[in-house]
Design a protein around this ligand. Structure first.
Ligand code: NAP
Length: 283
């Protein structure tokens, strides 16, 4: 039977440490601030933003949500970002993706001052990660690395497979595993014979976005299984990419969905806001 990696509990512990750290900063007259941009009223985006606000409040980060109509022009959105780039009260800027089709996401991400890019999606921060000089990291892979650390899962020399190669999860995840001296395989929709390939791995990170995609046939006895997927089953219940019932008995460690990777993603956003604040205020 696998040991459950309790992302919720770990996130709560880390958030409590952050709350104490923010208390100390406030006594020094420093107030970490985060602004979140929401364009339109996508219900999923609204839920993510609400959860971010709850975490900010718990920790004591001042958070503002700027909600713009879905027909806001790209020019106006870029001007709004520039306004916050120049506002010293805000140390972190996050633009909730996806954006409406008429807005160029790449242009928007480029417009954020890399120092305030607490999501780690700016090409400058991505490049630093690739060069092994990370500053701000994409929050989901960063949260997964914190899980490995907390559960003393050693990666050196291990074979890790990352399924999915998105810019926000798969690619940065692979880089972080590589930096810890894992041997990394990246799989995607063109990968041949994926179950057999995954079965060679000591660590599986699945970021595909398909419910019950990773079955017991993907998993070798004793593998560590990290489920990034956030999907709904036919009854609307939240499920991951991993068929938990089948895979759990074979794994050594496994993350549940919900209460696995999700809470850690938000927690890393908070941590990177505090780190960005300290860099901006004290350097
Ligand atoms: P994405 O951009 O849709 O990418 C999905 C990846 O899966 C692509 O690289 C795709 O390959 C690959 N893929 C699709 N079908 C496949 C198949 N049959 N075999 C192998 N690979 C396949 O997804 P994402 O943004 O990384 O998100 C992935 C999942 O994680 C989603 O469920 C999302 O909701 C969830 N997520 C969760 C969190 C969290 O905090 N818990 C954060 C971010 C994302 P190609 O590149 O070849 O198309």
């Amino acid at each position: 039977m696998a040991q459950l990696i309790n992302g919720r509990e770990l996130a709560d512990n880390l958030q409590e440490q952050m709350r104490l750290e923010v208390d100390v900063l406030k006594k020094q007259g420093v107030f970490p601030g985060l602004v979140v941009f929401l364009v339109g009223d996508d219900p999923a985006s609204k839920t993510y933003i609400k959860n971010k606000e709850i975490a900010s409040q718990k920790i004591g980060i001042q958070s503002t949500v700027e909600n713009y109509p879905s027909d806001i022009s790209e020019e106006k959105l870029l001007a709004e970002i520039e306004k916050y780039n120049n506002d010293p009260n805000y140390h972190g800027i996050l633009v909730q993706l996806p954006l409406p089709g008429h807005i160029d996401e790449e242009k928007v991400l480029l417009a954020i001052d890399p120092k305030k890019d607490v999501d780690g999606f700016h090409p400058m921060n991505m490049g630093k990660l690739l060069l092994g000089q990370p500053q701000t990291l994409p929050c989901t892979p960063y949260g997964i690395m914190k899980m490995f650390e907390a559960y003393e899962i050693h990666l050196e020399g291990k074979h890790a497979i990352v399924i999915g190669r998105s810019n926000i999860v798969g690619k940065p995840m692979a880089q972080l595993l590589l930096a810890k001296n894992a041997t990394v395989t990246m799989a995607h929709s063109h990968t041949k014979d994926l179950p057999a390939l995954a079965k060679q791995a000591d660590v599986i990170v699945s970021a595909v976005g398909k419910g019950n995609f990773v079955t017991k046939d993907f998993v070798k006895e004793g593998a560590v299984v990290i489920d990034v997927g956030m999907n709904r089953d036919e009854n609307g219940k939240r499920i991951g990419d991993v068929n938990f019932v089948e895979v759990e008995p074979k794994a050594s460690f496994i993350t549940p969905v919900p209460k696995g990777v999700g809470p850690m993603t938000i927690t890393m956003l908070m941590q990177q806001t505090i780190e960005a604040c300290k860099r901006q205020e004290f350097n």
